[in-house]
Design a protein around this ligand. Structure first.
Ligand code: SF4
Length: 243
């Protein structure tokens, strides 16, 4: 993909959603770390359903540690792999209490040493909490980067490296949010909404979907109910002279 096209894609996404935010509910660095750790292989919605019950009761490493593994399980039942994640959550809290004074560490090595925390979770925390420009690659970003031609790669790490190398500096901080939301609400796995996609003319995916009959179009318009954020990724913006 030409560098000017890549820049134009990020300009569009930025214009549609100037201040993108994670959809994982949290009110502290620790809550974000827990929510991201829990979100592996499950939806943000199910994580939010769990943490809405857990965090009002226990929202610090010490208080969750006091609940114990069996104590947190009932709160995590909406989350996939909740048995393993309950164990990891208690191990994570123990390490934060014993090694980091109950605080979320600000370096990759310490984050990735925590149970259940891999590169993707560390990248999200470093980006959102500590203001770094890491681009965490999840299943949505992997798909969007490959389909569009923004950063083709066979593995999440290859895509991360390509995005890190090629994303214009001014867009790096929010690239993760823009791409994840675009993948979640427009460039979905089974039926990408190409006819309504705000970057369809810039996207290099050869298998773009076409507008169907009126009945089908009406159905697809109701496929993203309610969320104003989703509409931002489905509306064609006016072209700017910068493009
Ligand atoms: S045009 Fe289609 S394939 Fe390309 S980014 Fe948009 S929704 Fe995805």
């Amino acid at each position: 993909m030409h560098a000017a096209t890549r820049r134009a894609i990020f300009r569009r996404l930025a214009a549609a959603n100037p201040e993108p935010k994670t959809e994982l509910e949290h009110s502290s660095p620790f809550e974000l770390l827990v929510a991201v750790m829990l979100s592996a292989h499950t939806t943000d919605k199910s994580v939010n359903a769990a943490t809405r019950k857990l965090f009002p009761l226990a929202s610090t490493p010490a208080s969750i540690l006091a609940l114990g593994e069996e104590g947190v399980k009932p709160y995590l039942k909406s989350v996939g792999l909740y048995n393993a994640k309950s164990k990891n959550l208690i191990g994570l809290c123990r390490m934060l209490v014993e090694l980091h004074g109950g605080e979320v560490p600000a370096d990759r090595e310490s984050l990735e040493a925590l149970p259940g925390v891999g590169r993707k979770t560390a990248n999200v925390v470093l980006n959102i909490i500590f203001g770094e420009t890491q681009i965490a690659v999840d299943t949505h970003i992997f798909r969007v980067a490959n389909r569009t031609g923004l950063a083709p790669g066979k593995t999440p790490r290859a895509v991360e490296d390509a995005l890190t190398a090629n994303t214009p500096e001014e867009f790096k901080r929010n690239a993760h949010h823009w791409l994840i939301l675009h993948g979640r609400y427009a460039c979905t796995a089974r039926a990408p909404a190409c006819p309504k996609c705000i970057i369809s003319d810039l996207c290099e995916y050869p298998g773009k979907t076409k507008a169907g009959p009126a009945k089908e179009r009406r159905r697809s318009q109701t496929a993203f109910p309610g969320a104003s954020k989703s509409r931002m990724f489905l509306r064609k913006p006016h072209k700017t002279s910068a493009e």
